[in-house]
Design a protein around this ligand. Structure first.
Ligand SMILES: [Zn+2]
Length: 139
């Protein structure tokens, strides 16, 4: 890898020590979406999303361009420090003000997919039910 952390394990250990990064989990529709798609397709989505949202030398709305929900890749971006160019520099050592290379996009997509894979291995986060609230069967 050309990234700051040379292995998934080294990166994921560092992320686990960050209170902010480690709180992200796939839930609801995003988890279901990830469970039902092949790793190849998720990788393709990760690549496209990264290229479109953080790949340019000066991405649009940098720092605010990544939603928290709506696609498992978005959640994974926050969890892995791939959400904006500042986080990309901090976590992966990729400097700002230049386009990401294909190699970097491939490596970052692999990071995103590894995070999704590891998250799906953990038991689903239970939804908290408040008093008087009924859980929807289809949630
Ligand atoms: Zn960020």
């Amino acid at each position: 890898m050309t990234l700051k952390y040379q292995t998934f394990d080294a990166l994921f250990e560092a992320l686990a020590r960050s209170e902010f990064r480690s709180k992200f989990r796939l839930t609801g529709d995003d988890r279901v979406f990830a469970e039902l798609r092949s790793p190849e397709l998720l990788n393709q989505h990760a690549h496209e999303i990264l290229k479109n949202r953080i790949g340019a030398s000066h991405p649009k709305n940098d720092g605010k361009q990544t939603p928290y929900k709506g696609h498992p890749v978005f959640t994974a971006q926050h969890a892995t420090g791939c959400c904006c160019r500042s986080c990309l520099f901090k976590w992966h050592g990729i400097e700002k003000n230049r386009e990401l290379s294909d190699r970097e996009l491939n490596e970052l997509s692999a990071v995103i997919c590894e995070w999704i894979r590891r998250d799906l291995e953990k038991p689903a986060k239970k939804k908290r039910v408040r008093k008087g609230e009924t859980l929807s069967l289809f949630d």
